[in-house]
Design a binder for this molecule. Structure first.
Ligand SMILES: [Ca+2]
Length: 301
């Protein structure tokens, strides 16, 4: 009797001990989960804060760049034509690249010969080039007359598309994706060369990125690098390139494409932004932004 009376409480104590141990295990795993959640949230908040700060710094860098563009060309701390410049202020650093929009090729105004050179640069030649040129030209021209390999509204309808040819100039380069049978890879490759803000059939080599100069120079890298060196030394004064004469336009357009890569001075995380900006002397602020994108297909001109 006595023995039985004593063993029962012992076994009950054993169960209680196991339960307590289990509860400790459960509570530990709960607190670990909570700790993980808090950590993740802290990371997210830090990331959001850094992105917001970098975005604000991109605003500051735009103002700085615009201010630089108002200076006489020989007094600027930034260079045109896509050569990177660094600007540091406070805890952030910006890698700034600027090209003139009229240093890019205007998809609305460039003639067939110039567009053919761009297609060639992205590997589209011969019949494929003729066909795509016909489709692009039909897409942007006002009429409904179909070129040999082109496409007008009826062809878009026959292909089951809900839209037809635009029959007008493109307002955004993204509209190029609507050209029938123009795939994503081709669009991405082409968009690196094109602009809708150039408003010129030719282009100004002083503010053009290397990629465009290569198109004009039929891929003669030595010729292009030589020209870029002379252009750098001339600090904004006109330098005639020994190539691409028929496509050159000496106009100084007040529209620029800017790329900013922002990094904290002591950090790793970087933020990228591309803008197209028109200078407006005498206004406040002295510019307007045509577009602002964090995802550029043309990272680094
Ligand atoms: Ca048309």
């Amino acid at each position: 009797m006595l023995v039985q009376a004593k063993t029962r409480p012992y076994s009950e104590q054993g169960v209680a001990l196991i339960m307590v141990l289990w509860m400790i295990v459960v509570m530990m795993s709960l607190s670990a989960t909570l700790l993980y959640a808090v950590k993740t949230e802290t990371h997210m908040v830090t990331y959001a804060r850094q992105t917001a700060q970098a975005r604000a710094f991109a605003d500051a860098a735009t103002h700085y760049t615009v201010m630089q563009l108002f200076l006489p060309t020989d007094q600027r701390a930034i260079r045109l034509g896509g050569t990177p410049s660094t600007w540091t202020y406070g805890d952030y650093q910006a890698d700034i690249r600027v090209v003139g929009e009229n240093g890019l090729i205007d998809i609305n105004q460039a003639n067939r010969e110039l567009l053919r050179k761009v297609l060639e640069a992205v590997g589209i030649v011969d019949e494929a080039a003729d066909s795509l040129l016909d489709r692009i030209e039909d897409f942007r021209d006002a009429d409904d007359l179909k070129r040999l390999n082109g496409a007008e509204d009826a062809d878009y309808e026959a292909a089951g598309l809900k839209y037809g040819a635009k029959d007008a100039g493109l307002q955004r380069i993204e509209e190029l994706q609507q050209v029938i049978d123009l795939d994503q890879a081709t669009y991405r490759a082409l968009s690196r060369y094109l602009s809708v803000h150039s408003f010129s059939s030719g282009l100004n080599p002083l503010v053009a990125p290397r990629r465009i100069l290569m198109v004009l120079a039929d891929n003669d890298a030595a010729l292009v690098d030589d020209y870029m060196r002379l252009r750098e030394e001339a600090e904004g004064a006109w330098v005639q390139p020994p190539f691409g004469n028929q496509f050159i336009d000496t106009t100084q357009s007040p529209v620029f494409r800017m790329q900013f890569t922002i990094k904290p001075v002591n950090g790793e995380q970087s933020y990228f932004e591309e803008r197209a900006v028109r200078l407006l002397p005498g206004r406040k602020p002295p510019f307007i932004t045509y577009f602002r994108s964090q995802q550029s297909p043309s990272r680094q001109f």
